[in-house]
Design a binder for this molecule. Sequence first.
Ligand code: SF4
Length: 439
Amino acid sequence: MHPIRDGEVAGSNNQEKHFMMQVSGDVQIIKEDNVTHSFCGLACVGWMYQKIKDSFFLILGTHTCAHFLQNALGMMIFAKPRFGIALMEEGDLSKNEPTLEEIIREIKADHNPSVIFLLSSCTPEVMKVDFKGLAHHLSTADVPVLFVPASGLVYNFTQAEDSVLHALVPFCPVAPAGQKSVVFLGSVNDATADDLRAEAEELGIHVAGFLPESRFDKMPAIGPDTVLAPIQPYLSRVAVKLERERGARVLHSLFPFGPDGSRVFWEDLAREFGITIDLRDREKASWEKIRSQTELLKGKKVFLTADTMMELPLARFLKSAGADVVECSSAYINKKFHARELEALAGVRVVEQPNFHRQLEDVKVIQPDLIVTSLMTANPFAGHGFVVKWSMEFMLMPIHSWSGVIPLANLFVSPLLRRSKLPAFDKEVWLEGVMPSAE
Ligand code: SF4
């Protein structure tokens, strides 16, 4: 029995206890009121520029943004990265609009991109720079400049991918009515994309492509006979846009993570095409492949703090694997887009926009065996003797569908195994002092 009940907020003295319960199916979502400790939207550049290989990402930002990107993505700097920052200096604050023509000329000469994404950041947004007008002014017929709102003021960092895909929608041709086909929604590396495509084709499903594709001029055609299959859980806004503007049908299923998610995803997708398949044997065989990992996860108390918005499907996989998910929190939960994951999480404490101070108090009481958390909060937890996993790693590893099952399970068990190999230690020593207080 967990010491914290649904709807109860531990801790005694913070003023941020306001929360409300929302019911989605059988699951009560506890809505709190805190900011999440996570990256800002600019971080999306790290994976989006690698995915769209003929693109350039230009950020209009300050030294703070440059410092953040250099630290977060610095390891790629020697690869002549196709992203850069137009730095705003103090003198720019008094100007009406920034001038970027010279920078755009340089980018075109050095990188020859097919598309340039212009990303906003906090300072110019506060200054009310007209980014849409600016992007329009800088666009040419051969190289469009597309505005992407991605500052730390508004978005959870993974949702910035949603903003990039929004900007790409006008460049997806309209698919003529006729042949029903699937478009996978979400950025994955090319090997994973090939794998998903092959799997779909083997089931007899016609694949129109991926949004995004790896080249700007290859974006998929989308129309009323398109089934959109979201493969990342943070793209609800672009899914709704395509549903509304193109009449596409959005697949509402589990996300294809883990043996359970993969089976339900492929069975549901096939059903959309009038194909009935039963993948229970395949799911069983897939669980068998990760038996040693699930043995280790069984009964382990796992706490997920909000970071990547992948928390719901990850928690669902953990629950299916026999772990005891003591809390699954996420920055935003869309009751329709995440409906199936929420259903599968019945009985789990699900929190939206969690209060991190409350979470610290609860972690002290619950003493989880594993905490899945952001890069910012991982070290303090580790410093207090907890076993932690960086949630960011789940974004960077190929964990989709059947071929991703083993890497997914390994991500969860690797910190547990590492800790078990350390010489026995007295947790009291690690816990000396107190956890960061909620005050
Ligand atoms: S956009 Fe805002 S939150 Fe992001 S690095 Fe720049 S100043 Fe920081």
